[in-house]
Design a protein around this ligand. Structure first.
Ligand code: FNR
Length: 367
């Protein structure tokens, strides 16, 4: 059997294949209350029936101030959690696992959603905008100047991640992912470009990674030992003085030691820089992280993401040992049934493989 079509285990969770949906903000909580809607059910539901092994939700904010835009999903209250239940149940009914990505946008919060024809840029106070926070008063170019977080702000954010994780698991999510990539709050602490603190949360590598390790420990404490906890990082800032692949390779074993089951390796987002984008452009970072983990004797799994669009390409990444799982982002927006195509292209004639074709769709099996 092709590796991408083979099941994979994280603690007690058995995922039917290694083709996972990347987290993608839909900016579709129309009431600006962080409560997901029918859009989310149909969008994520289509990817569950489309054969994805695991559905990663969009970045779901652990506090109101942690939203990128007023239309983001939230998981800071019970009403928001309850709205996810039909989506979780639908995914499970169709054989997919579902993981919530827990997020705080930090200094990149309070922006308008990037929809054509709508107002763009930062959300002003009179339009419902809010103060943004970060490790240091260093703005992301074009966005708001963040307020430097106090010790108690940091404690509150750590607690918000833990409480959100608990809420997600109570509603039936199989796992949670801590978003520490793309220049959002946790990444902005990791990177010396945005973290200029001189206290225990900044300066040395150990100080800059402290908040992420503390969030991970708090989440692990709260969800218990049976629930997989994933972490998404930016493998590199793509800037000389920034966070580097070597830093990610150094961080990975520390995450593993604290019970992180999976590292999802993306890149960039902390500075507006030119990224050398091309097929599989982030795979080398994933491979470096995986190598560091295996050399340290850690079984923690690694996900690769970024312009993985072809079924053979996906299979080769796993066959080479560069990653254990692949995530699909944009290609999954245009092709919700990509895993069914992978099943068709990579498997033999037997459609009863681990990526199940829904009975309703079997007439569409092309052979
Ligand atoms: C994203 N991405 C993203 N990443 C993340 O960690 N949390 C998120 O909520 C989002 N939101 C989001 C929305 C949209 C519309 C896109 C296109 C992307 C990044 C995404 O998960 C993925 O890493 C990148 O898109 C690269 O993979 P692809 O698209 O080349 O397969």
């Amino acid at each position: 059997m092709a590796l991408v079509l083979s099941p994979v285990r994280l603690r007690k969770l058995l995922v039917r294949n290694r083709i996972w949906l990347a987290p993608m903000c839909m900016y579709s909580c129309e009431n600006r209350d962080g409560v997901v809607t029918d859009w989310h059910l149909v969008h994520l539901g289509a990817r569950a029936t489309g054969g994805f092994g695991l559905i990663m939700t969009e970045a779901s904010s652990v506090t109101p101030e942690g939203r990128i835009s007023p239309h983001d999903a939230g998981i800071w209250n019970d009403e928001q959690a309850a709205a996810w239940k039909p989506i979780v149940d639908f995914a499970h009914a169709h054989g997919a696992a579902i993981c919530m990505q827990l997020a705080h946008a930090g200094r990149k919060a309070s922006t308008h959603r990037p929809f054509p024809g709508e107002i763009s840029g930062v959300v002003s106070e009179h339009n419902g905008g809010w103060d943004v926070i970060g490790p240091s008063p260093v703005r992301f170019p074009g966005l708001k100047n963040p307020l430097e977080m106090t010790e108690s702000d940091i404690d509150e954010v750590i607690e918000a991640f833990a409480a959100a994780a608990e809420r997600a698991i109570e509603v039936g999510f199989d796992a949670v992912e801590i978003h520490a990539a793309h220049g959002y709050l946790l990444h902005s602490f990791l990177s010396p470009l945005s973290n200029q603190r001189t206290d225990q949360w900044g300066g040395s590598f150990d100080n800059r990674v402290r908040i992420l390790l503390d969030v991970l420990s708090a989440v692990r404490d709260r969800v218990g030992m049976e629930i997989p906890v994933l972490v998404r990082i930016s493998g590199t800032d793509w800037v000389e003085d920034g966070w580097q692949v070597e830093d990610s390779a150094r961080l990975a074993p520390l995450l593993a030691e604290l019970g992180c089951d999976f590292i999802d390796v993306s890149s960039g987002g902390n500075m507006p820089v030119e990224i050398p984008v091309g097929p599989g452009y982030q795979v080398p970072s994933a491979a470096a992280v995986r190598k560091a983990l295996r050399e340290g004797g850690h079984e923690t799994l690694v996900g690769a993401v970024g312009l993985i669009t072809e079924t053979k390409q996906a299979e080769e990444i796993l066959q080479r040992g560069d990653a254990d799982v692949i995530f699909l982002g944009r290609v999954a927006l245009r092709e919700p049934t990509w895993p069914l195509r992978a099943q068709f292209e990579l498997a033999d004639q037997d459609m009863a493989g681990s990526t199940r074709w829904p009975a309703q769709y079997l007439r569409g099996a092309w052979r």
